[in-house]
Design a binder for this molecule. Structure first.
Ligand code: ABU
Length: 358
């Protein structure tokens, strides 16, 4: 098969981007403040969930974030990238399984739900009840990629019933006997795709409040011997998604969050380690679901060009000094939904080949 005729093909974070899914905040619902949400919510943001949990995000937030997502779509399109969007879905509708009831969340972050390993899209089982059916917003797209010849691997969903969440988990005591604790147990398979980050044949993953050992092992067994899945652990004490911790930008160049990354795995010994500057802080935009390090949650168009949030001037300057060509866009109003440009996108098709960058 000729490389570019593949409907699904992406092996790393930096090969020239050809097709991408961009999320949507249409109909987004604030999750109720349950154990899973509590585990990753900074204390200053608890009020937001207590006030709005189970209700739609305020209209003004949705409108402003939508303008920014539309801006991202425009920029990507002008760069010659094919942009796809999820379907509308009624996330306010209550649904139930044999064990529990919930409402949905949103289809804002395709990165959390899917990952692409070569010609295969892997659909993550997720770990929040609100996200149990989120993949269905992308079903028409997945069917299309499958019909065109792409491979589509779906991980078994946890019941998310009693026993899946650790009721004794305390966010203020994230360590026990020198080991990190998480709000999910090891009873069933769980992972969010955004806990994985790809460098060709080597993929890095962290255990987190949404990804357990069993989930990592499921991926390892199903992707086969072509890929090596490296489990890593950094200094984020309330981890959920690795793409604000380490960000491979080009062969041999990795951007790191110096607050959490004190040491990299030996794989990166010969790589240039680019230390991200402190994030800029915005007084008026609360980060309800995330750390300040959304700064480095960027999207690479290729080995040089990187989409970054326009207020992150220290990062923009640093990227230029390292020889990159940052493309600043306004995206600050998307931050309160829990991510930046990397989270809001899924690169379905990039040029390039599957190789080792060791
Ligand atoms: N969804 C990405 C958020 C990770 C972080 O809180 O840094």
């Amino acid at each position: 098969m000729k490389e570019l005729s593949r409907p699904v093909w992406s092996c790393n974070e930096w090969d020239p981007l050809k097709e991408v899914i961009v999320g949507s905040v249409e109909g987004a619902i604030v999750p109720v403040f349950d154990e899973a949400v509590k585990a990753i919510t900074p204390e200053h943001a608890e009020w937001f969930f207590r006030e709005y949990g189970g209700k739609p995000f305020p209209d003004e937030m949705i409108e402003k974030a939508t303008v920014e997502l539309d801006g991202l779509v425009k920029v990507l399109t002008e760069l010659g990238v094919t942009v796809r969007r999820p379907d509308s879905m009624d996330f306010s509708k209550e649904f139930q399984t044999p064990w529990w009831k919930s409402r949905g969340l949103y289809a804002a972050m395709p990165r959390d739900v899917f990952m692409v390993f070569g010609d295969t899209i892997i659909e993550a089982p997720m770990a929040w009840r609100t996200r149990y059916f989120e993949h269905l917003a992308y079903r028409p797209l997945m069917n299309e990629y499958f019909d065109k010849g792409g491979r589509w691997l779906v991980a078994p969903k946890s019941t998310m019933a009693e026993g899946f969440y650790d009721e004794t988990y305390d966010r203020n005591e994230p360590m026990k006997d020198g080991k990190k604790r998480f709000v999910i147990t090891e009873n069933e398979i769980a992972f969010d795709a955004a806990d994985f980050i790809r460098c060709g044949k080597d993929v890095f993953v962290q255990k987190s409040n949404v990804t357990n050992e069993k989930g990592i092992e499921w991926v390892r067994r199903h992707v086969g011997s072509e890929f090596t899945i490296h489990e890593v652990d950094f200094g984020d004490m309330h981890p959920m998604h690795i793409d604000t911790t380490i960000v491979p930008l080009a062969p041999g160049k990795i951007l790191i969050n110096p607050e959490w990354v004190k040491k990299l795995p030996p794989f990166f010994d010969s790589w240039d380690v680019l230390i991200a500057p402190e994030p800029t802080k915005s007084e008026d935009k609360a980060l309800y679901f995330s750390s300040d390090w959304l700064t480095i949650n960027t999207l690479s168009i290729d080995e040089k060009r990187i989409i970054v949030e326009e207020q992150e001037q220290p990062l923009i300057d640093a990227l230029k000094s390292w020889g990159f060509e940052p493309i600043p866009i306004p995206f600050r109003n998307f931050y309160p939904f829990g991510g930046s440009v990397h989270c809001a996108t899924l690169d379905v098709r990039r040029e390039g080949t599957l190789q080792s960058y060791l």
